[in-house]
Design a protein around this ligand. Structure first.
Ligand SMILES: Cc1cc2nc3c(=O)[nH]c(=O)nc-3n(C[C@H](O)[C@H](O)[C@H](O)COP(=O)(O)O)c2cc1C
Length: 278
């Protein structure tokens, strides 16, 4: 038997403690992983609802304040599809839709391309070939009311991940939300401020010659500028990051080809439903 004050005894107790603690931590991490993933998915769902304005429109509050039943009710408005950004075509099936991970696709050189857009650089190395986009339709209707585009790009401290919702003309912004970022609360973190987010509603994404033009102004945005929202004070770098990421995802390297095809799809749906009305 070892003496309690011997080196061997101390080392054995330390080793047993280390093993017990690491077992406890890894068991907790593994058993909580499903719940963590479910929470991340729920948070993304809430952000999509906020970008679309559905939560405010139906219940008068942000989606974070809704019960899971209310979220479920609004979720009936949302459907998703995978889109190949180069061709603008829908791809994949229900299985690939369910298992899609933006972060994993962006990290896989076989499933992504380097970002080389010279004008609107979102500061990220790569973007996936395929993105998961969302549609807002009334339950039971095929009419597209909005499209929600996942977007990401660098701020000051890291990558901002969010959703850009467009109205059915595909040129007017409905909303912009970020579900993940590392910006400083009170500075760049003001991207989460509901008052700032509300300013995006009605801003124009494209200019007259169809160039991506929406942006964050430096200072209060002039009232007569349809493309601008107020700058985030003390956070010029985050503001510039938001401008770059919006313009990148609106460009030919982003969703432009898809949006052009979707516009035709929406126009065709409109004319076939008015034919049906005759
Ligand atoms: C602790 C700390 C946190 C900061 N966080 C941010 C931030 O999240 N976003 C940002 O753009 N600038 C942030 N800044 C300020 C930047 O360093 C930089 O000064 C600022 O973007 C310039 O903006 P302004 O021209 O509006 O002052 C932070 C500065 C400090 C000291």
């Amino acid at each position: 038997m070892q003496k309690r004050d011997s080196l061997g005894y101390t080392l054995s107790v330390a080793a047993i403690l280390c093993v017990a603690c690491s077992l406890a931590v890894s068991t907790a991490a593994v058993s909580l992983r499903d719940r963590q993933e479910a929470n991340v998915a729920l948070d993304q769902q809430k952000n999509i609802l906020d970008a679309t304005g559905l939560a405010i429109g139906e219940y008068g509050v942000q989606a974070s304040e809704l019960s899971s039943k209310e979220i479920e009710a609004l979720d009936a408005y949302i459907s998703a599809k995978l889109v190949n950004l180069q061709t603008g075509d829908y791809v994949g099936d229900d299985q690939s839709l369910g298992s899609y991970s933006l972060v994993e696709e962006a990290a896989d050189p076989g499933k992504s391309i380097p970002i080389v857009e010279p004008k609107f650089n979102p500061g990220e190395p790569r973007r996936p070939n395929v993105m998961k986009v969302y549609f807002v339709k009334k339950p039971g209707s095929d009419k597209i009311l909005q499209v929600v585009l996942p977007v990401f790009g660098k701020g000051l401290w890291g990558t901002l991940y969010g959703y850009l919702a467009l109205k059915s003309d595909l040129e007017t912004i409905q909303g912009l939300t970020f579900y993940q970022h590392k910006e400083t609360p009170g500075l760049g973190g003001e991207v989460d401020n509901p008052r700032w987010k509300a300013m995006w509603d009605g801003r124009k994404l494209y200019g007259p010659s169809k160039e991506p033009k929406a942006f964050v102004f430096k200072g209060p945005a002039p009232k007569d500028n349809p493309y601008a929202v107020d700058g985030l004070s003390g956070a010029t770098i985050t503001s510039r990051g938001v401008t770059n990421l919006i313009r990148y995802w609106a460009s030919d390297d982003g969703y432009r080809t898809f949006l052009d095809k979707l516009k035709i799809e929406i126009e065709n749906d409109k004319s076939s439903s008015s034919e049906g009305d005759k």
